[in-house]
Design a protein around this ligand. Sequence first.
Ligand code: MLT
Ligand code: ZN
Length: 478
Amino acid sequence: MSEAEILHRLAEVVGPRGIIDAVPDMDGYVADWRNLNRGRALCVLRPDSTQAIAAAVKLCADAGVAIVPQGGNTSMVDGATPDASAGQVVLSLTRLNRVRAIDEIDMTMTLDAGVIVKAAQDAAAEVGCVFPLSFSAEGTATIGGALSTNAGGNNTIRYGNARDLMLGLEVVLPDGRIWNGLRSLRKDNTGYALKHLFAGAEGTLGVITGAVMKLVQQARSEELLFCAVPSVDAALRLYRRFRSQDESSLRAFEYLSGLAVDMVVQTIEGVSLPFPARADHYVLIDLASTRTNDTLRDLAENILAEALEAGDVSDAVIAENLAQRRALWRLREEQSEAQKRVGANVKNDVSVPVSRVPDLIRLGAEVVTRLFPGVRAVPFGHMGDGNIHLNFVKPEGLDDQAFLSRSGELMEAVNAVVRDLGGSFSAEHGIGRLKVDTMADWREGAELDLMRAIKTAIDPRGVLNPGKIFKTETRGRQ
Ligand code: MLT
Ligand code: ZN
C-alpha cells in the first residue's frame, strides 16, 4: 500500500478531525516534554472511539506501519514520541476523554484512556469521592498514560501506584482486536491477571483505551506540614516518628533539598519560602483521616514538638487553610518546571529501600560532584516510598551541550550507587527510549528473556511502540 493510500484509509477510519498529516501541525506530538527527542511522524491519529482505534491499529498492523501510542505526552523518558523515520504513526488518545461511569457504592469510576488525571480527580470529587492518584503532571497526563507507565506520584505510601488503583482494562491489541476486561471486581482469580501485563508496558503490548479505577472516601480532616530539617537522616527519623505514631494518617511524605527549593522560589512566580531563613533540607508531610473527630492537628503538633526537642526539625509550618495548602504544595509540584528553567539538567528517577535514602542522596551527590565539580545536586521526591529524583543541574557557566553530552556517564555513576544500595534505576518514570541500554544491562538473563517472550507472543510483528523498553531496531514502515 502506498503512503498516500494508507493516509487515505486511516482518514476514512478516524474521520477528518481525527488525523493530522501536515508537518507543522504535528509539532506538539513528535517532541517530548524534556526535549530529549524530536521525531517525525507519518501522521498523528486522534480517534474518538475505541472502535476507530481498533480499526486504525488493524490497518497499520496489516500495512506494517509502527504505532506510537501517546497520552498527554508528559513522559520523562521519551516513551511516547516517534523515531526520525517519518514512517511511524502517533496514536493520540486525547480525544477519547469521557468519564463513562462513576459508582459511589462500588467506589469505582470507568474512564476513557484519554481522560486527564486531574479531570478524573475532579469528577470523583463531584460525587463526594476521591481518585487518589496524584503527581506533578496530573494537569496534562492521561489515565491511559498513567496506567501504561504505572505512574506513582505523591500518594504511593497510602494508595500504591497506578496499577494498584486499577480494577479493569479495555485494550486494543496489536492485531486490532479489542479485549474488554472492564470488570470492576475486587476479587477475580481467573487465570493470568492480563491487566497487569498492560499496566507498565509503556504501550508496547496494547493500546489501553479504557479503565475501571478505584475511588476512596473523602478525608474528613487533613493537615499539611512543611518542615526545615538539619539532614536527610533527620528527615528519615521524622518519617519514622509519623509511621510509628499513626501510620494510617500518612498520605504523602516528600523530601526537598534546599537548593531544589531555592530554584522554585527563584524561577516560579508567586511561590515563596514560608520561613525567614533557608535550610539545606525540607520535608512536606500530608496527613489525612476519614475518621470523624480525628485529632490530626494534635498528632502533628505533638510529633513536631518531640522532633524539635530532639533537634530533628529546625522550623515548621502547618497550613491553616486551602490557600496555604496550595502554596506549600507548589514548592514541591513546581520542581521539574523550575529545574527546566534553571538550565540543562539530568534526571535520575531511582528507588532504594527507604532506610537507604540518606545514603543514596549523600553518595549520589559525592560521585557526581567528583565527575563534574560545581554541579548542582537538586534531589527531591517521594521519600516515604524510597523513590528519589536525584537530579543534577549543570555547573554555572558550563555550556548546556557540554553537560548533556556526558549525561550517560552521570546516570551510570548514580546507578552504580543505586545498585550497591539494592535499588532500581527507574522507579516510576519507566524505560521509554532513554533507558533501553540500562534496561538491557540491569534486567538480563531470564527476566529479560521472559519480557521479550511476552512481547513476541502478544505483538509478534512488533507494531506497538518499537524501540521502547527493549533494545530493538526502531522501525517505521517495513
Ligand atoms: C515528580 O515527582 O515531580 C516527577 O516524577 C518529576 C521529576 O522527576 O522531575
Ligand atoms: Zn516523582
